[in-house]
Design a protein around this ligand. Sequence first.
Ligand SMILES: Nc1ncnc2c1ncn2[C@@H]1O[C@H](COP(=O)(O)OP(=O)(O)OP(=O)(O)O)[C@@H](O)[C@H]1O
Length: 213
Amino acid sequence: MNISAANDIDGAPAARLSVDGLRTPVIGPCALTLAPGECVVLTGSSGSGKSLLLRAICDLDPATGTVLLEGRARETYVPRDWRRAVALLPAEPAWWAETVGEHLLTTSEDVLSALGFSASVMSWEVARASSGERQRLALARLLQLQPRVLLLDEPTANLDAGNRARVESVVRDYLVSRAAAALWVTHDAEQAARIGDRELVMRAGRLEANACT
Ligand SMILES: Nc1ncnc2c1ncn2[C@@H]1O[C@H](COP(=O)(O)OP(=O)(O)OP(=O)(O)O)[C@@H](O)[C@H]1O
């Protein structure tokens, strides 16, 4: 679907993701929308509930409220399909197979290269990868699902400036080429200004728009 096809009858961009009244025992009620191609940064102090919000949106934690993808309710999806379409990159991704290649079955060499790897990374044992390498490999693994929405929990927390720029570029290219949307958690104000179209701030489990963005 291209962006124009996603427009509603008034010509305004239709929400790729629409969240309303989302509530768990710890967070909410929270409301937000992500437009096609949009990158919204989510900031807020440690423990304010950012990771829990991402987990609630992608249905890893039970939550009440409404979550729609392109107008379709989350409840109408098979859970596995929902988590592929609205995909979470956790701060500490899990690895269940021994080698990198077993996780990246359909990842292109172009994506690996853009993230700073040669094709030989496929034969690596996951255990030898550094935390920053694992963080970039986990992004490659996520993108091969071709999600409509990326939920990114501090995806550059372990990275140097060069690799941080690689990740920002890969995500931005993905959002543009697929008209996908991202909710990107960061504690880095400079990164928030660089990558965010808008900023939301989590305070004690509630979402607020940052009036400065
Ligand atoms: N299952 C749970 N039950 C109750 N409280 C929880 C649960 N999981 C996390 N919390 C608490 O909820 C709060 C929000 O946690 P969360 O991980 O979302 O914070 P965060 O904003 O992502 O923080 P950080 O920036 O440090 O990663 C924390 O105080 C945490 O201890």
